[in-house]
Design a binder for this molecule. Structure first.
Ligand SMILES: [Zn+2]
Length: 450
C-alpha cells in the first residue's frame, strides 16, 4: 500500500533551536513521492508494515551506521560560476565580477560549454546532499534551458532565473541585455519555456525573476521585472546589501536603501530570496519581515565579499526568514555541510570580534553565536520556507527528499545529540550513501562502503 518504506533513524529540524530524532522508524512514501506516514517501533503496526514492505521488495533498510536526513535546500547558486569555483577570491567584488565572472558567464553563449558545466554542477549538488537549488543562470536563455533540462534529467529540484542586467554603466558591452525591453522580452520567453518544461517532468522546475543586483539594472528594467513577478506570481532572487561597495552604490543612486528600492519596484515579496544581506540594518530587516521576504545567508562567500558577518541569530530571533546559500562561486564549496560549519564559525567570530587591539568587552557582538542545530535548520527547513515548498523536513505531507549519511567510524557519542553534532561536523561528500528526490533515487555513492 506504500510505494516505498525506509527503515532507520532520522534527524529533522523542528525549529531553529530544536532537532527531532526518530529512532528506528518507518518512513512511508506514496506514489507521488510524498511522506504519508511515520511509524515508530512502539506502534502496533510497525512489524506488519515492515514485513509487508519487505515482502513486496519496497523496503529500504538503513545500515546501523547510517542516518536519514532531509535533502538540503541551497538558496543561492550562480550555476555558470561552477566553472570557476575557488578562483580569485582575493579580489574585491567589483574586480572579481569584471575580471573573472562576466567573461566566464559570457562563454555560456556556447551551448556545448553550458552542457558540460551544468551537467557537472547538477550531479555535484546531488552528490553533496542538495536536493533543491535556487539558481541564477546567465543572460542566455538557450543555456538556461540546458540547465533546466540537466536538473530534470538527474532529478534536482531547480528554481532558475534568466539573469537580467541592462545598465551600460555597470555591465560590460559583451555581456549585458541590449535594453530593458529586450531583457523583459527574454525573461517572459524564459518563463513560458520553463512552465512548459515543468509539465513534462516530475520534479520541480520553476522560473525565477532575477535582476542580477540593483547596480546592473536600469529603473525601467526593475519596474518591468516587478510587474512580471506579479503577473506570473513567481519567486524573485537577487542580492541585497551584500557589501560596502554595493550597499553604498544603491544609496548614492537612489537616496534610499537597497531593500527599499526592491520594495518600491515590487521585488521584495513573500516569494523573494535576497542573498547575503551582510549590510542590512535593523530597519531593512524589519521591512523584510513585513514583506516576509527571505535572506539567503552565504557564510563562506560573505567572508570574502561581505565586509561583515550577517547577524543570523539576531535576525532569527526577530522573526526573519533565513536559509543557507553556497553562493557558488563567491563561495568555493558546493557542500552545505561546509557552509553550515562556516555559519557556526562566523557567528562565533561575530560574538568574539577579531581585532585584538580592542578591549575584549568591546570587540564583538555578544550573543551572536548560533548552534549547529540552527545551521541545520537554515540548510533544510529555513530554505524550504523561503521557497514555500513542501520539502526540507521529514514530516508527513512533505516530499520524500532525503540523504543517507554514514557516521564516521570510531567516533564515540554519549548521546544522540552528540551524534547529530558530530555527524554534521564530520560529514563530507563521500559520507553520503544515497540521495532521493520525491521518492526517486537520484544518486548512489559508488565509492562508499556499505
Ligand atoms: Zn550571488
Amino acid at each position: 500500500m506504500y510505494s516505498q518504506v525506509i527503515a532507520g533513524t532520522y534527524f529533522t529540524s523542528k525549529d531553529d533551536q530544536t532537532v527531532q530524532v526518530g529512532e528506528n522508524t518507518l518512513i512511508c512514501i506514496d506514489e507521488q513521492g510524498q511522506i504519508v506516514r511515520i511509524i515508530s517501533d512502539r506502534e502496533p503496526e510497525f512489524h506488519s508494515v515492515r514485513q509487508t514492505a519487505a515482502d513486496q521488495n519496497n523496503l529500504l533498510q538503513l545500515a546501523a551506521n547510517e542516518r536519514l536526513l532531509p535533502g538540503f535546500v541551497d538558496l543561492h547558486i550562480h550555476a555558470p560560476q561552477w566553472a570557476q569555483a575557488g578562483l580569485a577570491l582575493d579580489r574585491s567584488l567589483n574586480d572579481w565580477l569584471n575580471t573573472y565572472t562576466f567573461p566566464l558567464e559570457a562563454k555560456f553563449a556556447d551551448d556545448q560549454f553550458a552542457l558540460t558545466v551544468y551537467s557537472s554542477l547538477v550531479q555535484t549538488l546531488l552528490a553533496n546532499g542538495t536536493t533543491t537549488a535556487l539558481m541564477f543562470g546567465t543572460i542566455y536563455n538557450s543555456s538556461n534551458l540546458i540547465l533546466a533540462q540537466q536538473a530534470a534529467k538527474f532529478g534536482l529540484r531547480a528554481l532558475i532565473g534568466k539573469v537580467a542586467m541592462d545598465d551600460p554603466t555597470q555591465t560590460p558591452e559583451y555581456y549585458r541585455d541590449e535594453s530593458a525591453t529586450e531583457a523583459l522580452k527574454a525573461t517572459r520567453e524564459f518563463i513560458e519555456s520553463m512552465l512548459k518544461l515543468q509539465q513534462q517532468t516530475r520534479t520541480t522546475l520553476m522560473p525565477v525573476i532575477t535582476p542580477r543586483f540593483i547596480p546592473s539594472c536600469t529603473n525601467e528594467l526593475l519596474q518591468g521585472l516587478g510587474e512580471l513577478a506579479k503577473q506570473y506570481d513567481l519567486p524573485i532572487q537577487s542580492h541585497c546589501s551584500e557589501s560596502d561597495w554595493e550597499d553604498q552604490y544603491v544609496q548614492e543612486r537612489f537616496g534610499q536603501r537597497d531593500a527599499e528600492v526592491f520594495d518600491h519596484f515590487g521585488l521584495l515579496t513573500d516569494q523573494a530570496v535576497m542573498a547575503h544581506g551582510t549590510q542590512l540594518t535593523d530597519g531593512d530587516l524589519s521591512l523584510f519581515r513585513q514583506r516576509q521576504a527571505a535572506v539567503a545567508h552565504c557564510p563562506i562567500s560573505n567572508v570574502y565579499f561581505g565586509n561583515a558577518v550577517f547577524p543570523t541569530r539576531k535576525a532569527l530571533q526577530a522573526g526573519n526568514q533565513i536559509g543557507l546559500g553556497s553562493d557558488i562561486s563567491g563561495g568555493f564549496s558546493p557542500s552545505l555541510y561546509r557552509n553550515m560549519q562556516q555559519a557556526v564559525m562566523s557567528s562565533q567570530l561575530l560574538t568574539d570580534g577579531v581585532n585584538n587591539e580592542m578591549d575584549s568587552t568591546k570587540r564583538g557582538v555578544p550573543d551572536s553565536r548560533i548552534s549547529m542545530k540552527t545551521a541545520f535548520y537554515l540548510a533544510t527547513k529555513g530554505g524550504a520556507q523561503a521557497l514555500n515548498l513542501p520539502v526540507g523536513a521529514i514530516e508527513v505531507g512533505k516530499q520524500a527528499d532525503f540523504q543517507v549519511v554514514k557516521l564516521t567510524p570510531a567516533l564515540t557519542a554519549e548521546s544522540i545529540d552528540d551524534e547529530f553534532e558530530r555527524l554534521l561536523y564530520q560529514a563530507e561528500r563521500n559520507s553520503i550513501s544515497w540521495v532521493m528526490v520525491g521518492g526517486e533515487m537520484v544518486y548512489q555513492n559508488q565509492e562508499g562502503h556499505r
